[in-house]
Every structure is written in structure tokens, then in C-alpha cells.
Design a protein around this ligand. Structure first.
Ligand code: URA
Length: 240
């Protein structure tokens, strides 16, 4: 017996967190009965219908690395009809992005139908490093760099970057290129961090997720992760 939200995520329908909201919203039926309790356990024979779709529990797990172009939403569908990142991947499986990059943010994004893997990558306690390259307005002073490195509080949580590197200073154009590595994945976190120290982000790219970068992939191109990359990613958890 497994928890309903875990089974929905493992079937590749969506992330576990999303599955929990769908259950609470009354969109999940087990053997024809509406289930709105998160603790509900199900077995392999149970027929689960989510938002009108019967779950196929025998899914092939797929793992992609996409070089996300600007102008795409990190979702499987968008109410406003904007383009979504899953449009870029040619697959029949119900894959979804692991975490969010903003509409205008580019770079490394993993998509998968493996709910456990997605959860593991997203959870900050697993300390998967994400490295961003930001072009920011203005030139940071020594004090501002210190403030950023010491950690800034975003939505009540102190975010201390793993690394901050000034890559290029352009005093003439009054902007600067900064590489920032963090393990948190909150929405808009990098933009909020730079804004907090007085330097709004002009352009943002995610260069790396752990050791994975998008070298060799043009904007909008993707590739499958190799078995060994998946294995290494799964072992990155601190202390494992
Ligand atoms: N932080 C942001 O501000 N935006 C992103 O797209 C990713 C991280």
C-alpha cells in the first residue's frame, strides 16, 4: 500500500506536491470514489482517475535536459495560452519540469515523469546546487557583495549562496555579470536576492544543475540524461 499522492507522482502524472493539491481540490477518484484525504493509501489494483484521466502505472521513466529558451512557461499547460516547456519535448509520456525557471529565464532545466526523482531534486535539504549567471543593473559595492554572501532573507527564509563570483564589470554600461550558486528553488529567488541588495536582474540564465550544463545544446534543444548522470544525481544527497 502506498500513499495516493506518491502513486500519482510515480505514475508520472505530476509532482507529488501538485498531486496533493489535486486531491484536496476534489479531482481524484479511486475505484470510482472521490478521495480528498491526503493520507489515503492505495494498492496496485486500485483504479485511479485524476482530473478525468485514468493513471497508467506502468510508465517508462524519462529524464531530459533542456536548454530553455526565453518565452516559455515552466508548466505542462498555461491558462493564458502561452507556450510551455513541455511543447519543446517530443514524447508521449506525461513529463513535467523539475522546479521553475521564469518565463524570461533561460538555461538548464530537467524534465521527467519520475515523481520521486523530481521531488528529490527540488527539496532544498538535498542541497542540489543550481548555478545562475545574472546580468544585473549597476555595479555592486564591496558592502553589497558582502551582504549578498552573508545571506538575504526572502519570504522569511535566509538564503545563503554557496558561491558568488563577479564575472565581468562593465562600468561604462553600468552593469555587471555575476555567477551565483544556491541550493534553494523558490520562485524568483535569484531576482529577489539581487533586488534586495539594490541591483535588479536584467537577464538570467541557469548555467548548471549540480554538474549538468547545457553546453552543446542550442536554445530550445534537449537531450536525454544518461543512465550514469541519473545515477550520480540520485547519489548527490548530502551524507548519502
Ligand atoms: N530565480 C529567479 O529569480 N528566476 C528563475 O527563473 C530562477 C531562479
Amino acid at each position: 500500500m502506498e500513499r495516493l499522492q506518491k502513486v500519482i507522482a510515480n505514475a508520472g502524472y505530476c509532482s507529488r506536491r501538485k498531486a496533493e493539491s489535486l486531491i484536496l481540490e476534489g479531482k481524484v477518484y479511486v475505484n470510482g470514489n472521490l478521495v480528498t484525504e491526503l493520507g489515503t493509501k492505495v494498492n496496485n489494483e486500485d483504479i485511479i482517475v485524476v482530473d478525468g484521466v485514468t493513471l497508467n502505472k506502468q510508465v517508462n521513466k524519462e529524464y531530459y535536459l533542456l536548454n530553455k529558451p526565453p518565452g516559455y512557461i515552466c508548466s505542462v499547460k498555461d491558462e493564458k495560452g502561452r507556450k510551455v516547456v513541455t511543447d519543446l519535448i517530443d514524447t508521449k509520456e506525461r513529463i513535467y519540469p523539475v522546479g521553475r525557471l521564469d518565463y524570461d529565464t533561460t538555461g538548464a532545466l530537467i524534465l521527467t515523469n519520475d515523481g520521486d526523482f523530481a521531488n528529490y531534486l527540488m527539496h532544498p535539504s538535498n542541497e542540489i546546487e543550481k548555478t545562475y549567471l545574472a546580468i544585473i543593473e549597476g555595479i555592486m559595492t564591496t558592502e553589497e557583495i558582502y551582504e549578498l554572501k552573508a545571506g538575504v532573507t526572502i519570504d522569511g527564509e535566509k538564503i545563503v549562496p554557496r558561491r558568488v563570483k563577479i564575472k565581468k564589470r562593465d562600468s561604462l554600461k553600468n552593469k555587471e555579470k555575476v555567477e551565483l550558486t544556491i541550493v534553494e528553488g523558490k520562485n524568483h529567488v535569484v531576482k529577489k536576492m539581487f533586488s534586495r541588495v539594490g541591483h535588479p536582474v536584467i537577464k538570467l540564465t541557469r548555467e548548471r544543475i549540480a554538474f549538468l550544463d547545457v553546453k552543446g545544446l542550442q536554445s530550445g534543444e534537449y537531450r536525454l540524461l544518461t543512465n550514469s548522470e541519473i545515477k550520480i544525481l540520485k547519489k548527490l544527497k548530502k551524507g548519502k
